[in-house]
Design a protein around this ligand. Structure first.
Ligand code: PMP
Ligand code: GLU
Length: 397
């Protein structure tokens, strides 16, 4: 039957993060005692005032199609958010609302990539960037960053990677999976390189911007270098900041022509994102923001606990991040210790089978020898997970 599946689709890998989350959920449903540290979603509930806005939208009959690219109210709320928090100015015609930031990225790639165009993606990358690039007909140019640069792309590396075929550079800060964020100086250095190459677009995936506890302010490329505004596309959404992963609202802000092209794609694919979710997202962006601080503090505490606990385990070495909700330890020494475990993919299976802990291997993030553990779960659960890993290692040796 596989003859009926398109050749392009056969080349695409399913999302590893989703696969691990699904596997853990399936094992739990089957009665297995599994701790899932695979899922990249906040464990907090969506704040009540956001839920109330959705209920009100239903009661008021806001249950019809909206404009393909989002309601005027939500686009205004996004415009206000971008000005208030990021110091960048975008009008409604420069904004599109989609069914999650993932959808915004997919729309963007489909809107700007011609067959064979190159997309520069620094490692470790969010698992979906290369496959979304492939689906859009582009070629991923994977640039390996190192632990010495804190897993961040350097200006020199960017300069080296750009060719006449480069169409887009994907930046993600704070990063999934490393939790590292670019400092304003680092980002400006990358921007200075981009200024020299007017044929290159840049996408900044800012989905974790509110989960950031670094010393320096989290910089926005367009605010730092307004000269790049006509080549930059800001990607963001409400999934992570407001614990709204299931509501499926993301957005992009960028040059009008590109946003228009994205709108055309959306008009011929999904149409508008859910009307009720849009009302909820409007309330999220316009309403009280104290939830952000509460959530960030909880993530920071969990981060501090988990990174230190992982470093106490034999064969695991984890650097601190300053954002997002993932620990990304190096596990090469552990792999060497375990017979029959040859890489991070096999180690993840071993951890699931021996310790009952689901983690995502580093390979699908372009970083073999690492694993990703999500700390978007209570410290109690994290402690339990660490204890389980420790006991499995003790009983092994
Ligand atoms: N970008 C990154 C880096 C992510 O980790 C995710 C995961 N949810 C997304 C984008 C997409 O988020 P969503 O589609 O839920 O808005
Ligand atoms: N982005 C999250 C993660 O990395 C959610 C799953 C996904 O969309 O890939 O786990």
């Amino acid at each position: 039957m596989s003859k009926f599946v398109a050749d392009l689709v056969k080349k695409v890998k399913p999302s590893a993060t989703i696969a691990v989350s699904m596997k853990a959920a399936e094992l739990k449903r089957a009665g297995k005692d599994v701790i899932g540290l695979g899922a990249g979603e906040p464990d907090f509930d969506t704040p009540d005032h956001i839920k109330a806005a959705a209920i009100e939208a239903i009661q008021k009959g806001q249950t019809k199609y909206t404009s393909v690219d989002g309601t005027a109210e939500l686009k205004q709320a996004i415009s206000g958010k971008l000005l208030r928090e990021n110091r960048v100015s975008y009008q409604a015609n420069e904004i599109i609302v989609s069914c999650g930031a993932k959808h915004s990225i997919s729309n963007l790639l489909n809107a700007v990539i011609n067959p064979g165009d190159e997309v520069i993606i620094p490692t470790p990358y969010w698992v979906s960037y290369p496959d979304m690039t492939l689906l859009a007909g582009g070629e991923s140019v994977i640039v390996e960053t190192t632990i010495e640069s804190n897993f961040k792309l350097t200006a020199n590396q960017l300069e080296q990677a750009i060719t006449t075929n480069t169409r887009l550079v994907m930046l993600n800060s704070p990063s999934n999976p490393t939790g590292k964020a670019y400092t304003p100086d680092e980002l400006k250095a990358l921007g200075d390189v981009l200024l020299k190459h007017p044929h290159v677009l840049v996408a900044t995936d800012d989905i974790y911007e509110h989960i950031y506890w670094g010393q320096e302010p989290l910089a926005n490329l367009v605010a730092l270098l307004p000269e790049l505004k006509d080549r930059a596309i800001i990607i963001n959404g409400v999934s992570k900041a407001y614990a709204m992963t299931g509501w499926r609202i993301g957005y992009a802000a960028g040059p009008e022509l590109i946003i228009k092209a994205m709108r055309k794609i959306q008009s011929q694919s999904t149409s508008n994102p859910c009307s009720i979710s849009q009302a909820a997202a409007t309330a999220a962006l316009n309403g009280p923001q104290d939830f952000l601080m509460t959530m960030k503090e909880a993530f920071k505490q969990r981060h501090d606990y988990l990174v230190s606990a992982l470093n106490d385990l034999p064969g695991i070495s984890c650097t601190a991040g300053n954002g997002a909700f993932y620990a990304f330890p190096n596990v090469t020494a552990l792999i060497e210790k375990l017979d029959g475990v040859n890489d991070d993919v096999e180690l993840s299976t071993w951890l699931l089978e021996q310790a009952g802990v689901a983690v995502v291997p580093g390979t699908p993030f372009g970083a073999p020898g690492y694993v990703r553990l999500s700390f978007a779960t209570s410290t109690e659960v994290l402690k339990d997970a660490v204890q389980r890993i420790e006991s499995s290692l003790l009983s092994y040796s």
